[in-house]
Design a protein around this ligand. Structure first.
Ligand SMILES: Nc1ncnc2c1ncn2[C@@H]1O[C@H](COP(=O)(O)OP(=O)(O)OP(=O)(O)O)[C@@H](O)[C@H]1O
Ligand SMILES: [Mg+2]
Length: 380
């Protein structure tokens, strides 16, 4: 059985991860689409600000609430789905607001945070928030229990490992002792109970105030002041999310292209998953140039002779030159991929060829899905 097909039939969560531009969003959508075809109520949670996915699913846009892909979309492509396909796009800001509302001890405190200027600036942009909120949204969708399968795409991080570390980095940042130590005198000024003058921090703050302005500093201090009492909640949720990701309802699908840097990242990523006790499911090698036929061996001398010959010889010469170049590319890709085979056993590999058309519309997505699910694993 195709390793991805197997995951679709038994898992509740599939996380598509990999480095930038390898095809995570496309593969995630193709997997959810297949699950819907096979009778599941499937959702794809995407983090694709380019809105490519929305248009390929025939939706004007994706919101942070699931939208059902119309049955007509399937029937007009000649498909008869037994289940349903829903799609949603991560809205970092509104997910963050929900988190604040959930953990703030009072509604007033939540409102103070949500209206805080510092919060408004960072909630959509702070490094790691997108990853943290993606996991948060996934947890929420899964806990609601409305779907048989949730496929989640991961953010276009330069480094595929980033999203594993992000939730911790973010909670560490909020809880950062150094930051709070520096802001303490300011918190006091804005009504805190701090009594001991902190000379170093006060001097530091005076300098910072000159640079960023008093308002920014007040907003920041107010924000961190209001977060008091919420850290335990954040931490508990991060633990729950980690437990869900590690449980056997979840599986990670690592997507890579055959290019050297993306293969290197996939190798690191598989290692990290393993070290963190996260369940690896399959590897998708996307956009491979397929090898075909027996290699034709020609010497440079034979080629030169063909080029000097008649029309038919010259044409043959051109074909052989092209074939040689193509084969070089395939050989290079295989060499890159061989290093990955030491980490990930080949029976968990699925290859998707480089297709002529990009998966920008529904038929394109279906074609990628067909290639993905009809492919046999590299080895049994
Ligand atoms: N097998 C394929 N053949 C041809 N084009 C492909 C294939 N797979 C994906 N693409 C195209 O490659 C582009 C990048 O794919 P996609 O957006 O899914 O990558 P991504 O990993 O999600 O990128 P990002 O890291 O930016 O989010 C898209 O235009 C998509 O249509
Ligand atoms: Mg993407």
């Amino acid at each position: 059985m195709n390793p991805i097909d197997e995951l679709v039939s038994v898992k509740e969560i599939i996380v598509c991860a990999g480095s930038g531009g390898v095809g995570k969003t496309t593969i995630a959508a193709a997997i959810a689409l297949r699950a819907a075809m096979e009778g599941k109520k499937a959702a794809v949670l995407t983090i694709d600000p380019a809105k490519r996915l929305a248009s390929s699913l025939g939706l004007k846009e994706l919101s942070s609430e699931p939208t059902k892909v119309s049955k007509r979309k399937f029937t007009s492509a000649g498909l008869e789905p037994k289940g349903e396909l829903h799609a949603l796009m991560l809205d970092t800001k509104s997910t963050f607001d929900k988190v604040v509302l959930r953990y703030a001890p009072t509604a007033e405190q939540a409102e103070r945070i949500i209206n805080n200027r510092f919060y408004r600036n960072i909630s959509g942009t702070l490094s790691g928030t997108q990853e943290y909120m993606a996991m948060e949204k996934l947890y929420e969708l899964h806990a609601d229990g409305g779907y048989d399968l949730i496929v989640i795409d991961t953010p276009p991080t330069r480094n595929a490992l980033d999203f594993l570390d992000a939730p911790k980095r973010l909670t560490d940042f909020f809880e950062s002792r150094v930051l709070r130590w520096f802001l303490l005198p300011y918190m006091k000024a804005s009504g805190g109970i701090m009594r001991i003058a902190n000379v170093a921090a006060t001097t530091f703050l005076r300098i910072v105030k000159k640079i960023v302005g008093a308002e920014v500093l007040e907003d920041t201090a107010e924000f961190f002041g209001n977060l008091e009492g919420m850290y335990e909640g954040f931490k508990q949720r991060a633990l729950d999310v980690a437990a869900l990701l590690k449980s056997d309802v979840t599986s990670f699908v690592v997507v890579t292209s055959p290019a050297e840097d993306s293969v290197t990242e996939a190798t690191f990523f598989a290692t990290r998953l393993n070290e963190s006790g996260l369940p690896f499911g399959a590897l998708v090698v996307n956009r491979v140039h397929p090898s075909f036929g027996e290699p034709v061996e020609v010497t440079p001398r034979q080629l030169r002779r063909l080029e000097e010959g008649d029309d038919r010889d010259r044409l043959l010469g051109k074909l052989l030159t092209n074939e040689g170049r193509f084969r070089k590319l395939v050989t290079l890709e295989e060499k890159n991929l061989n290093s990955l085979a030491r980490r990930i056993p080949r029976h968990l590999w699925v290859r998707v060829p480089y297709l002529r058309t990009e998966a920008v519309d529904f038929p394109g997505l279906i074609e990628i899905g067909d290639r993905l699910f009809d492919a046999k694993a590299d080895a049994v």
